[in-house]
Design a protein around this ligand. Structure first.
Ligand SMILES: Cc1cc2nc3c(=O)[nH]c(=O)nc-3n(C[C@H](O)[C@H](O)[C@H](O)COP(=O)(O)O)c2cc1C
Length: 192
């Protein structure tokens, strides 16, 4: 069974970002894909401290819950990374997770080790929400960060889902068209 990893970078539980990500998960399940949600805010993930040990071993020395996340990142067939826009970037919680992937970068690009045994080519999407009414350009920094993550993970970046005008918690429920867009994009990711 194929696996989808849905990474929720919002600290606001069942806020706009996570509700949209739930539509992605629903689509995956309906397409026969096993879906697993990571709520980054609820994991104990320290930021990278740039100790450089991963350049020697390909492993991160920080013993926290990121150690379980590495395996999940590497065994997923699909990864959907979701974050609210915070000061034109992704949330700090998600950024910490991404920075800790420096160990995978070192494993691959410094030590020349393959990240996966299989020949599978995972695919990924980025989903983001923002309060501003318009202006996809504001997401540029966040998109670049997620593209860099996917590059390091050797995950094919299949695009972004950007939702504006969402300020209050759960406001996205007033926009069934947004929910539908997230659902359809996930089905498209899996079926194409
Ligand atoms: C710390 C913080 C920073 C934010 N920065 C921005 C921003 O730069 N641009 C923007 O349009 N919205 C910004 N917002 C609003 C959120 O991106 C928006 O309300 C989003 O839908 C929240 O998603 P959530 O319900 O999943 O938490 C910010 C919110 C917070 C709490």
């Amino acid at each position: 069974m194929k696996k989808l990893l849905a990474i929720s970078g919002s600290p606001r539980r069942m806020g706009n970002t996570e509700l949209l990500l739930e539509e992605v998960i629903r689509a995956a399940k309906e397409a026969g894909v096993e879906a697993h949600k990571l709520v980054v805010h609820e994991l104990n993930i320290s930021p990278c401290n740039s100790c450089g040990r991963c350049r020697e071993t390909g492993e991160c020395v920080i013993a926290d819950e990121m150690q379980g996340v590495y395996q999940k990142l590497l065994e997923a067939d699909y990864i959907v990374v979701a974050s609210p826009l915070y000061f034109m970037g992704i949330s700090a919680q998600l950024k910490a997770l991404i920075d800790r992937c420096q160990a995978l970068w070192a494993r691959h690009y410094v030590l020349g080790q393959p990240l996966r045994n299989s020949n599978g080519h995972p695919k990924g999407l980025f989903l983001s929400t923002a309060a501003m009414e318009k202006g996809d350009g504001a997401f540029r920094g966040a998109i670049s960060t997620v593209k860099a993550l996917f590059h390091v993970l050797d995950v094919e970046y299949k695009g972004e889902l950007l939702f504006c005008g969402l300020e209050e918690k759960g406001e996205v429920k007033k926009h069934p068209e947004f929910m539908e867009k997230a659902y359809k994009a996930a089905r498209h990711l899996i079926e194409n």
